[in-house]
Design a protein around this ligand. Structure first.
Ligand SMILES: Cc1cc2nc3c(=O)[nH]c(=O)nc-3n(C[C@H](O)[C@H](O)[C@H](O)COP(=O)(O)O)c2cc1C
Length: 311
């Protein structure tokens, strides 16, 4: 099956996930490729040549980012049903994140695209607070173990909707205020004095919203709040308006941590992620995969897992 996963990724998490998914699908005999929405060309022709298409996005305020919705609105209507599937990432395993695809699905289904499944991975936050590299490593290694299982289900034609959330569509509609709020807040971005004028932010902004003239930066009204500029700034010199206290700067290494780092939000992380990792471990082990101890939350490491207790 020929397929292209069209994706948006502000800071790289979703990109990693869709690349891994394409690799897994290729391993299953598909002909899978990924294209960033902001660079996608000849979309109608490519979609016509595909047996099905994928959409990849990071959850933004319990929705798909506005660029992804716009892309879906512009996709050509299909005369014959065309299957589609979704890969998404979010900073939390909250059930409320399940509503993020409601609008996108409605847009595509109106155009005769047929929903085949959606697959969701927790990846490190790019806003709110910075995870430790250990946590980022654990999230990515977990996603890498889940993606092949999900791709097997996708390739087998198993329909995989996420659980519905009560009043999900209404809540998602309210939360789409973020699209407008992001554009408004984007104009409030500024650059601190330690800026070295490398212009990485100008070059990499997905909407070309940052301009530089006569030594001065200007932030326009097309900000997606994707965080790419602030996250990748080598000098941590970008202020992100009202949300500056939540800024996260610097790429995660995703490598095994070399030294024990202080987890700043220990209790919060335990409550937020323990169940996600436990469920992932159970699923991976049940499918004959490996799930090393290093990927478990410290509290789980102390308690024997059903599989290890049986050893
Ligand atoms: C503006 C904004 C809103 C976000 N909203 C949510 C959210 O509603 N729920 C959630 O779990 N994560 C949320 N996140 C976290 C991202 O979904 C998560 O870090 C994602 O993996 C980032 O992917 P990317 O690197 O491909 O952009 C938000 C991030 C941003 C920048």
């Amino acid at each position: 099956m020929k397929t292209v996963i069209y994706y948006f990724s502000g800071t790289g998490n979703t990109r990693k996930v869709v690349k891994e998914a394409a690799r897994a699908l290729n391993g299953l005999g598909w002909e899978a490729d990924c294209r960033a929405i902001e660079e996608a060309e000849q979309v109608p022709e490519t979609v016509a040549a595909c047996g099905c298409i994928g959409i990849g996005y990071p959850v933004h305020a319990f929705n798909a980012p506005v660029s992804v919705l716009r892309f879906c609105e512009e996709l050509p209507a299909q005369s014959e049903p065309k299957p589609f599937y979704i890969f998404k990432t979010s900073g939390e395993p909250l059930a409320l994140n399940n509503i993020s695809s409601a609008k996108l699905r409605a847009v595509l289904e109106k155009k005769n695209y047929v929903f085949r499944g959606e697959y969701h991975y927790v990846m490190p936050y790019n806003i709110i607070f910075r995870h430790t590299d250990e946590m980022a490593y654990r999230m990515w290694e977990t996603a890498k173990r889940l993606i092949p299982l999900d791709c097997e289900e996708l390739a087998a034609g198993k329909n995989a909707p996420e659980k519905k959330f009560p009043f999900g569509s209404a809540l998602a509609w309210i939360m789409r205020m973020e699209h407008w709020g992001g554009r408004w807040n984007g104009k409030k971005y500024s650059v601190a004095e330690n800026c070295i004028h490398c212009l990485r932010c100008v070059k990499e902004c997905p909407t070309h919203n940052i301009t530089y003239n006569d030594g001065k930066f200007a932030f326009g009204g097309a900000c997606l709040m994707c965080m790419r500029c602030a996250f990748r700034c080598p000098e941590n010199a970008i202020r992100i308006g009202l949300f500056n206290k939540w800024k996260v700067n610097g790429e995660y290494s995703f490598l095994p941590p070399s030294a024990e780092e202080e987890q700043r939000h220990k209790r919060y992380c335990k409550n937020a992620y323990e169940k996600y990792f436990a469920a992932a471990r159970a699923r991976v082990l049940a499918n004959g995969g490996d799930f090393p101890d290093a990927l478990l939350m410290p509290a789980e490491r102390e308690a024997p897992s059903p599989a290890r207790a049986a050893d």
